[in-house]
Design a binder for this molecule. Structure first.
Ligand code: ADP
Length: 474
C-alpha cells in the first residue's frame, strides 16, 4: 500500500503548532507497520539550512492553476526513515512566515494541486491513499476528483484530517474561477457556503464533501464538532457524514520527547528517579529566568499559541490571584497582542514570580516541560492538544478544561480539571492543585507516576490509521 501524506508544516523542518508534530511523527509510526508512506511539504525558506542543503532535486514541471502557469520543482530528503518531498516555488514559499500572507488562497491551491501533479512525475509512487490535513491541503480531494480521474491517481482514496476546525480557508467566491480554476465544474457549487448574509468559498467544506473519510484528532472532538457550539458553521455536515467521521487520538514522538535522553535538560530523569532529579531542572530554570530560586514553590507553565482558543482569558483574569498565591508562572508563547501584553505587564511587575517568554523557542519548551510542576491548558476547545501529553511524559501535571482531546487524555488520577469555561471554576482547580502540592505530596507523586507510565506514543493510533486505510481499499 502506498500512502501520500500532505501537510503544510512538519517537525523538524518548520513548525507553528501541533500539525507539525503530527506530520513529523505519525508517518514513521505508520511506516514501521509496513506501509510505504511518504510526506509532501512546501519547500519553505523557513526550513533550516542543515536540512535544505541535503535535499536532492528530483524533477520540475509547469503547473496550471486557473490561468496561471507556474514553475514547480520537486526535491526529496530521507529523514527518520521517511521520504519527504518538497514542492518548490520560491514566489509562493519563500516568505517570512508560513501563514498569514495576502495570497494564502493561491499558495494553498498551488500546493494542493502540485502534490497531485508531482505524483504523476514520480515513477515509483502511485498512492492508493491520499491523506490531507487541515485547510491548507483541503483542495487536493477536490482537484483529484475534478482533474485527475483519468490519471494513475484515478483510483486513489482520500482521507481528510481536521486538526483545527476554526481555520477553514474562507474566501470571496470569485476565487473559485480566477484562482482555483474550478469554474464550470461541480465543485463550483460545492465549495460555496452561505454564511450570514453572504456566500463564501470554503476550502474545508470542499474537503469534507469530496473525501472518502474524514477524521479528527480525538474521539471527543469528533462528537463535539457535530454540535452547533463547536461546529464552526459545518456541524450540519458532520451530522450528515457521521458514518464517515472518526476521531483518532494523536500521539507524540517518544524519541523527541523523552526526559531520560532529552539533550536540552539540565538533569535527565526517568520514572525511577524523577522524585530527586526533576527538580534540578526547575531550580536551573528559575535562576535563568530571574525567578526566586526555591524548589518548594510550585512552577506553573503555559506553552502555547497565545490565542483565544487556548482559554487565556481565564488565566489573565486570574493573574492577580496568581501573583498573590505562593506559586510561579512561566508563559512561553506568541500570538495575540492582548495576551502578550497582559503577561509581559504582570511579569514586569512581579519579575520574581511571573516570567513571560514571548517567543517561539523549541529548546526552552523542552526545558520548561521538565522544570514545571503544572501545565495550564484551559482551552475553550481543543481538537487533541499535545502539550498535556508531553507534560505527562515529563511528570508535569496538566490542569485542563474538559473538552476535546484534553477530556480524552487527562483525568483526576493524572492531573486536574474543570468543566465550565469560567475563571472561578479554573481558580477552584488551581487552588486544588496548590492544596495537593502543599499538603498531599504523596498524591501528587502518584499522579506524576501514573502520567509518566501512560502510553501516548503513536503505536496504537498508527494501527488505527492503517486499519482505516486498509478498510478504504476493500
Ligand atoms: P496547537 O496545534 O493548537 O497550537 P497543540 O497542543 O496541538 O496546539 O501543539 C502545540 C505544539 O507547539 C506543542 O508541541 C508545543 O510544545 C509547541 N509550542 C507551542 N508554542 C510554543 C512556543 N512558543 N515555543 C515552542 N514550542 C511551542
Amino acid at each position: 500500500m502506498q500512502i501520500l501524506f500532505e501537510a503544510f508544516e512538519a517537525a523538524p523542518f518548520m513548525k507553528t503548532g501541533g500539525l507539525a508534530d503530527v506530520a513529523g511523527s505519525m508517518p514513521p509510526a505508520v511506516k514501521a507497520l509496513g506501509a510505504d508512506i511518504r510526506v509532501m511539504l512546501p519547500k519553505s525558506s523557513l526550513i533550516p539550512a542543515v536540512y535544505a542543503e541535503k535535499m536532492t532535486y528530483i524533477t520540475s514541471f509547469f503547473l496550471n492553476v486557473a490561468w496561471r502557469n507556474e514553475y514547480c520543482g520537486v526535491f526529496s530528503l530521507e529523514h527518520n526513515g521517511i521520504t519527504f518531498y518538497f514542492i518548490d516555488n520560491e514566489k509562493y514559499f519563500y516568505r517570512g512566515q508560513l501563514y498569514g500572507e495576502l495570497d494564502d488562497a493561491e499558495r494553498m491551491a498551488f500546493f494542493s494541486k502540485a502534490c497531485l501533479e508531482a505524483c504523476l512525475h514520480l515513477n515509483d509512487f502511485a498512492p492508493d491513499i491520499i491523506h490531507c490535513n487541515d485547510w491548507h491541503t483541503a483542495l487536493t480531494p477536490v482537484f483529484l476528483r475534478e482533474f485527475y480521474r483519468d490519471t494513475k491517481l484515478g483510483k486513489a482514496r482520500t482521507v481528510y484530517t481536521i486538526h483545527n476546525l476554526k481555520f477553514q480557508g474562507l474566501y470571496d467566491p470569485y476565487i473559485i474561477g480566477d484562482v482555483l480554476g474550478l469554474h464550470n465544474t461541480p465543485a463550483d457549487a460545492q465549495l460555496r457556503q452561505s454564511r450570514g448574509y453572504s456566500t463564501c468559498c470554503n476550502f474545508m467544506l470542499g474537503a469534507c464533501l469530496y473525501s472518502d473519510r474524514i477524521t479528527t484528532v480525538s474521539p471527543t472532538y469528533a462528537e463535539e464538532i457535530a454540535t452547533e457550539y463547536f461546529g464552526e458553521g459545518l456541524d450540519w455536515l458532520f451530522r450528515k457524514r457521521k458514518d464517515r467521521l472518526q476521531g483518532i487520538l494523536n500521539g507524540i514522538d517518544y524519541t523527541d520527547w523523552n526526559p531520560e535522553t532529552d539533550p536540552y535538560l539540565t538533569a535527565n530523569y526517568s520514572i525511577d528517579n524523577f522524585r530527586e532529579e526533576k527538580v534540578k531542572n526547575k531550580t536551573a530554570l528559575q535562576a535563568d529566568l530571574g525567578l526566586e530560586v526555591n524548589p518548594d514553590i510550585p512552577m506553573f507553565a503555559i506553552i502555547s499559541r497565545l490565542t483565544e482558543q487556548k482559554g487565556l482569558d481565564l488565566v489573565t483574569y486570574l493573574l492577580p490571584h496568581i501573583t498573590s498565591s505562593n506559586m510561579q508562572l512561566v508563559v512561553l508563547g506568541i500570538g495575540d497582542n492582548r495576551y502578550e501584553e497582559a503577561f509581559s505587564w504582570y511579569s514586569n511587575l512581579n519579575s520574581d514570580k511571573i516570567s513571560a517568554q514571548i517567543k517561539f523557542d523549541n529548546s526552552l519548551s523542552h526545558r520548561l516541560y521538565a522544570a514545571a510542576d503544572v501545565m495550564l491548558i484551559p482551552s475553550r476547545f481543543e481538537p487533541c492538544g499535545l502539550t498535556q501529553l508531553i507534560s505527562m511524559r515529563y511528570g508535569t501535571l496538566p490542569l485542563v478544561r474538559e473538552t476535546g482531546g484534553l477530556k480524552d487524555t487527562v483525568d483526576n488520577t493524572t492531573g486536574f480539571s474543570f468543566v465550565t469555561f469560567n475563571a472561578d471554576d479554573m481558580k477552584y482547580a488551581l487552588d486544588c492543585a496548590l492544596d495537593v502540592w502543599n499538603n498531599k505530596r504523596e498524591e501528587w507523586e502518584e499522579k506524576q507516576e501514573k502520567g509518566m507510565k501512560s502510553d501516548f506514543s503513536w503505536d496504537t493510533s498508527a494501527q488505527t490509521y492503517l486499519k482505516l486505510y486498509q478498510d478504504m481499499l476493500c
